[in-house]
Design a protein around this ligand. Structure first.
Ligand code: CA
Length: 224
């Protein structure tokens, strides 16, 4: 599956330049031109990276950064700043951006930075990902073995991937759309109730109370 990049940029010339270039480089690109829309996209979907303009018409890039990091999203964020705004750059990095590009920039340079950030994020998650633990649950990714309270349990591959998605998003409520994205991939019919069905299967195996329903939003892993 192609890696997904969210481009947040209100100048149509720049955003179309970016989306064409990134798509050509093999990425799956979503473009929005407002801060509020960016926040909504991050809440509803899974992206591997965000390119974020600072000057936006509603909530500016700093506001988006603060919100997205405040919600615990760890995706790499590259801030796009105007050439002269050194202050913007410093502020952006201190608020959780991973890198910045000053406008105007060359596409090749941007794509190199994007690749670097994606590689970094990937290797960080690989190191941490060999064994995942949450409370009494232990997932061994290489062997696909699962233990609850030290007892081995059998999960189907989908159940395993769903449990992994919950553990990789600790304390976060995952919406049905996010779970569809993470477990089934993007093209799944969003009207399907497959998420609810699999949450039920998973509860039967790991303990009914360990996945909490957050009414109107989705589900959260609930382990102490
Ligand atoms: Ca702008």
């Amino acid at each position: 599956m192609a890696e997904r990049i969210l481009v947040v940029e209100d100048e149509p010339g720049i955003s179309s330049f970016l989306s064409k270039g990134l798509e050509h480089a093999g990425y799956d690109v979503t473009v929005v031109d407002k801060g509020r829309e960016a926040i909504r996209q991050i809440q509803d979907h899974v992206f591997q990276l965000m390119l974020l303009d600072i000057g936006l018409p509603d909530i500016d890039g700093f506001g988006v950064l603060e919100h997205v990091r405040g919600q615990g999203h760890k995706l790499p964020i590259i801030v796009l700043t105007a050439r002269t705004s050194v202050d913007d750059t410093v502020a952006g990095l201190s608020q959780g951006a991973d890198d910045y590009m000053s406008k105007p920039f060359r596409l090749e340079e941007l794509i190199a930075r994007v690749r670097l950030q994606l590689r970094k994020a990937h290797s960080q998650s690989n190191e941490a990902d060999d064994v995942l633990e949450a409370g009494p649950i232990r997932l061994e990714l290489r062997t696909h073995r699962v233990f609850v309270d030290g007892e081995p349990i059998e999960l189907t591959p989908r159940e395993f991937t769903m449990l992994q998605a919950f553990i990789e998003h600790p304390d976060q409520v995952l919406t049905r759309t996010q779970l569809l994205d993470l477990v089934w991939g993007f093209d799944y019919d969003p009207g399907s109730n497959v998420v609810d069905v699999y949450v039920r299967y998973l509860r039967l195996k790991i303990g009914m109370k360990r996945i909490a329903t957050v009414r109107g939003i989705g589900y959260r892993l609930d382990v102490d």
